[in-house]
Ligand binder design. Structure first.
Ligand SMILES: [Mg+2]
Length: 219
């Protein structure tokens, strides 16, 4: 057991896509729009997650390609709920009962994540993600370009601004999650859905289930 593992954590910052849920939201929306857009968007996402291109450069491009309607976003919520990680509801219940603070910090679409989070007992105020706007007819009308979460270091600046109780554990599968250090005390790579070696190799800890998360946080 590492030192970090033996001391527990007061706060947990969870990624959503491919961590809390086995879905990459933007990729899922893109696939709904057809194979060509799906392939183009997935490639951009993967390169950003591997750290090969800056997230800032591809964020707006991906959403514009996908052009999601409000109905698409509602469908994404359903997909998130259907693809929740095994044991996540139990784990979040145990952490809540033990007085731990849990927040979601995601580069995904806030309007899709909030209702899913609510189903897990996570309040909208504890969901930090990128808002999108729709025209009155439900067509996509742009995203919140001022959100730090469209940038590579955005999760770190959000976590800093939250002033969460220490020690803080961040859990995720991608480069933007890893980049939360040093605003968090430790980063656990979550490999339950996707294993990215570049991330795993830099992580303080590696977990592949939410059962393991309970043990880690309540240690
Ligand atoms: Mg992720």
């Amino acid at each position: 057991m590492s030192r970090a593992e033996s001391r527990g954590y007061a706060s947990v910052v969870l990624d959503v896509d491919s961590t809390l849920c086995g879905v990459e939201g933007i990729d899922w929306l893109a696939d709904r729009k057809g194979t060509d857009i799906g392939v183009r968007v997935a490639e951009l996402t993967d390169r950003a997650m591997r750290g090969e291109v800056a997230l800032d450069d591809v964020y707006g491009e991906r959403l514009s390609l996908v052009d999601p309607t409000s109905d698409d976003i509602d469908a994404l919520t359903d997909a998130y709920v259907a693809a929740l990680a095994p044991g996540v509801a139990r784990a979040l219940g145990a952490l809540r009962e033990a007085g731990r603070r849990v927040v979601l910090v995601s580069g995904g679409v806030r309007e899709a994540i909030v209702p899913m989070a609510k189903s897990l007992g996570i309040h909208a105020n504890d969901v930090h993600a990128v808002s999108v706007r729709f025209a009155p007819d439900g067509r996509y009308a742009g995203h919140d370009t001022s959100s730090p979460l469209t940038t590579a270091a955005g999760k770190r600046s959000i976590v800093t601004s939250l002033a969460l109780p220490r020690r803080i554990l961040a859990v995720g599968d991608g480069a933007t999650d890893l980049a939360m250090r040093p605003a968090v005390d430790a980063f656990a790579a979550f490999t339950g859905f996707v294993r990215r070696d570049a991330i795993v190799n830099e992580a303080d800890l590696v977990i592949d289930s939410f059962d393991q998360l309970i043990d880690l946080v309540l240690a």
